[in-house]
Design a protein around this ligand. Sequence first.
Ligand SMILES: *[C@@H]1O[C@H](CO)[C@@H](O)[C@H](O)[C@H]1NC(C)=O
Ligand SMILES: *[C@@H]1O[C@H](CO)[C@@H](O)[C@H](O)[C@H]1NC(C)=O
Ligand SMILES: *[C@@H]1O[C@H](CO)[C@@H](O)[C@H](O)[C@H]1NC(C)=O
Ligand SMILES: *[C@@H]1O[C@H](CO)[C@@H](O)[C@H](O)[C@H]1NC(C)=O
Ligand SMILES: *[C@@H]1O[C@H](CO)[C@@H](O)[C@H](O)[C@H]1NC(C)=O
Length: 819
Amino acid sequence: MGFSTFLLPLLVSLIFHNFQHSSSFSLSVEKFKEDVIVSSPKGKFTAGFYPVGDNAYCFAIWYTQPPHTLVWMANRDQPVNGKRSTLSLLTTGNLVLTDAAQFMVWSTNTATSSKQVQLHFYDTGNLVLLDNSDNVVVLWQSFDYPTDTLLPDQTLTKNSNLISSRSGTNYSSGFYKLFFDSDNVLRLMYQGPRVSSVYWPDPWLLNNNLGIGGTGNGRTSYNDSRVAVLDEFGHFVSSDNFTFKTSDYRTVLQRRLTLDPDGSVRVYSKNDGEDKWSMSGEFKLHPCYAHGICGSNSYCRYEPTTGRKCLCLPDHTLVDNQDWSQGCTPNFQHLCNDNNTKYESRFLGMSLVSFYGYDYGYFANYTYKQCENLCSRLCQCKGFLHIFSEENAFFECYPKTQLLNGNRQMDFKGSFFLRLPLSHEEYENPVQNNDNGGLVCGGEGGGAKLLERQYAEEKENGSVKLMLWFASALGGIEVVCIFLVWCFLFRNKNRKLHSGADKQGYVIATAAGFRKFSYSELKQATKGFSEEIGRGGGGTVYKGVLSDNRVVAIKRLHEVANQGESEFLAEVRIIGRLNHMNLIGMLGYCAEGKHRLLVYEHMENGSLAQNLSSSSNVLDWSKRYSIALGTAKGLAYLHEECLEWILHCDIKPQNILLDSDYQPKVADFGLSKLLNRNSNLNNSSFSRIRGTRGYMAPEWVFNLPITSKVDVYSYGIVVLEMITGRSPTAGIQITELEAASHHHERLVTWVRDKRRTRSKMGSSWVDQIVDPALGSKNYDRNEMEILATVALECVEDEKDARPSMSQVAERLQNHEPYT
Ligand SMILES: *[C@@H]1O[C@H](CO)[C@@H](O)[C@H](O)[C@H]1NC(C)=O
Ligand SMILES: *[C@@H]1O[C@H](CO)[C@@H](O)[C@H](O)[C@H]1NC(C)=O
Ligand SMILES: *[C@@H]1O[C@H](CO)[C@@H](O)[C@H](O)[C@H]1NC(C)=O
Ligand SMILES: *[C@@H]1O[C@H](CO)[C@@H](O)[C@H](O)[C@H]1NC(C)=O
Ligand SMILES: *[C@@H]1O[C@H](CO)[C@@H](O)[C@H](O)[C@H]1NC(C)=O
């Protein structure tokens, strides 16, 4: 007989087969469009053959309404042929899926002698095989065998788990699994082709108490019932005490909890009749924490606007540009061989980057040098993590034998050091390594983007005119100024304050974060903009005192007329998120009508320029050295440690401010338009000159590509100025074009000449160039040589000959004169 159906009065479900007779019912794949079962009474779900590829079908359950979202599959990894495949209920009580009338690819594995076997399809989306004789027994139900989705009131148990799909369009088993572990804790695990690891709750917490911090918050392993369920109101409860409520909690909606192909668990909801799901909750998990997203030798980084992204390590190349999970392969050979000979290596530091797993060991209380030595001696060591443990108050060392599960996190307290062969050519500026190419600095014309910040009163107007004149004289020269932007994450609340920052203002500033001020508030703070402390191309800086008694510097921007408020906000927020002790902190902004103001921390010791020219000679040698080092660190952060690259493009002593402890803070960075990365690259109408004469790299003048090395150049000039006390701009009377390319050559050439002739001199060459204001012996000659040598490398004409800012910082830090 065909199959007859009848409704059990108590069950609001469709019973599409009553197994009273000996014949079996079957659905056939040929009629996959009609041969479906629709749940009753509301017909919310449909079960049937779902096409998953060319001539490939899976028996599945999906929402009847578009977008026909799949919620369950019987044979996700083994689709059946489009001809003669059937789903049949056998007389033995087994529900069987047969491929092309030949192979059984799936079955419920049930057997009963009862004649009362019925298949019910409930409006909950549950497909149930019942033995309906004397007492009703559930033989099998689809709710016990979820694929990647849990429906409301469907319980995840110790015997079931969710496995993600391979991708949004390929429903076969993917790499992520949600399950109850043997210790009763609900976990997410990456099960890759070669490796597997748990990534949620945060594995870093595993050794500690799960109850402390992070995603492990409040988990318990004492309840062994191992059940988790989402109810129809949007409340998820797991027996390990993990629970959350969706944003639309309490509303009755269609809901599903799905382990998505990217390893995140999300709850989606929608109203009846709507054709789009919206996300209403997810397991708290940083998008980059899911392991395996980015394969070996690559790391993941997340940005709210563009989402998650993988990046190869420096000097590595992507294996398969369709598939990041394949990772990257080194451009060099690890010269490690069976003989276990060590090879000469160097280490490239990458802060905030970490790799999980594959430690050669854990080494407590290891200094950087010890850790480096350990890794250098290990043939298979690919690099190491060096992390400061606040709990133990020492550094921990983790040499890595494989670089997997990499990610970059603003709150990561350590650094990764990549091992590279010594002989291999220099690692170039990562900008070139970046798939997005470069971005243009400054954006479209107009001076509004150029934030000048000068605490020293100077002949600014003259200099601005000069710059404008200069810019128009060079009108034909199109300069691509690249601006790769983005430190996206939120201000790191835990940032280490410099010892000098115990001034109340800075501490509060950090804690209070970034906010919007009203114009009247700022007007009041500055007493009607009465105390001017600086003036620059982009605006005037006033000293102000906020209502909480914080002293601040308020920059009032001119020339903002053609910039929309939202654009302005977008830019300002980016800068507000940058956070480094050697970068000036922005406390907030004001955008009201035509008013555009920026509120910064106030630096009581003014700018480096001011201090260098001051007659009181407060900058002794150790201050100068630490200013050079701090500035390098701040710039290195801008260039490399931010999640993207920011070029400053206008490094000069006026833009280096000094706090109460004479620690430098780089100012005036980043107020440029964030450009749509690719669209502007070839559009030279957006380009223009930036920078200040005397400090500008030759690339500007010769119309060469602009990279972070322009900042390195300017930095080098500033350092030479600090050493010698000579300004690169002093006494220039030649024409501007010449000025651009030659005037600072004087300072550079002069120092170079002194070094060249060093052998002929009895004393050290640095004695000849040192700022007379320092006195003849009041400096460390060794440090002086290091600084001068590094500075000269920074001002090499050829950009590739210049070190990167992080290399500079490293060398100054370690007192290493040569790389
Ligand atoms: C889905 O992915 C699996 C594993 O990579 C592959 O074997 C299968 O052919 C894919 N299916 C479709 C329909 O693309
Ligand atoms: C264990 O978890 C279940 C489900 O959340 C809960 O009903 C039960 O009360 C818990 N048992 C204990 C001892 O806490
Ligand atoms: C579970 O969470 C509740 C409230 O969040 C808390 O009161 C309780 O102590 C927790 N149970 C365990 C065993 O940690
Ligand atoms: C091991 O060392 C020997 C002698 O130094 C050398 O000939 C051989 O090629 C090395 N083996 C490998 C695999 O490099
Ligand atoms: C770390 O090592 C240093 C020097 O080896 C030692 O003085 C210090 O006590 C050690 N710290 C801890 C916490 O073991």
